[in-house]
Write a protein that binds this ligand. Structure first.
Ligand SMILES: O=C(O)CCC(=O)C(=O)O
Length: 249
């Protein structure tokens, strides 16, 4: 982890995303992988949709999981890592840092499906939008296996209109593509142990994985205590989500 957290914060605020290389050691990654294996084998099969989603092309493969910290104490410890809090403190000098959902994005080899273009705030409804996701690369994330694309500077556009996507696990997508000449897409190619941080209003997406290599990541959601939930928007999102789940039973 670089000592210069003020540079990390500067890039984050300017671009809406930033990568920190080699944040986790190989031994730490092994520990994360052990807990993840256990979660996927023993816990995920017991959970209702909303907490776990499977790939449509192969329903034995987990596409994504949410709120893993509620089931397994290891993931609660992971989101409370003091090193992450130091980086987040550089980004949000004021307010308390509040950890949220611990997530998994599997993007399995051959079957990993696309993530439609969206801003996370359409699902989270924070105003002011002082919230972000830390993404931990477990595998190498490449052009071939569907590394995340973020649109540089798009977090400054505010929350844009979304519509229902019909995609389980990513139920909303932007109505209109956002100007890629002003805010070019950057693909976040990462090595295992690297982390990226993206703003809750940064426009992002990923391609399907047709390669022979999985692209697994853990996501950690955070918000500042200065962020307030827009309760009306939150209720509308949950009503939409319930409709989508009913269509897929
Ligand atoms: O894993 C992906 O491709 C998408 C992840 C995502 O949308 C997110 O972390 O907010």
């Amino acid at each position: 982890m670089p000592a210069d957290l003020s540079a990390v914060a500067r890039v984050y605020h300017e671009d809406g995303f930033v990568i920190i290389r080699s944040f986790y050691s190989a031994a730490e990654l092994r520990e994360i992988e052990r807990s993840l294996e256990m979660y996927l084998c023993d816990v995920a099969p017991t959970l209702p949709p909303g907490n776990v989603y499977y790939e449509q092309s192969d329903p034995t493969k987990v596409k994504s999981a949410f709120n893993m910290q509620q089931q397994v104490a290891f993931f609660d410890r992971l989101r409370n890592d003091v090193r992450l809090f130091q980086a987040l403190r550089a980004i949000w000098p004021k307010g308390d840092i509040i950890p949220g959902s611990v997530m998994y994005f599997g993007k399995p080899a051959y079957d990993g499906s696309a993530a439609p273009v969206h801003q996370d705030n359409t699902f989270q409804c924070w105003n002011p939008p002082h919230a972000l996701t830390v993404t931990i690369a477990l595998d190498e994330a490449t052009v071939e296996n569907g590394a995340l694309f973020c649109q540089r500077g798009s977090h400054k556009a505010g929350l844009l209109p979304h519509r229902q996507s019909g995609v389980m696990g990513f139920s909303r997508t932007l109505i209109k593509d956002y100007d890629t000449s002003a805010c070019p897409e950057v693909q976040l190619c990462m090595k295992p142990g690297d982390i990226s941080l993206h703003h809750v209003n940064t426009i992002h997406r990923s391609d399907p994985n047709r390669s022979a290599h999985s692209r697994r990541t853990i996501g950690l959601g955070y918000q500042s205590s200065e962020a307030r939930r827009d309760e009306a928007a939150w209720a509308a999102y949950h009503a939409d989500l319930e409709k989508l789940h009913k269509q897929h039973v």
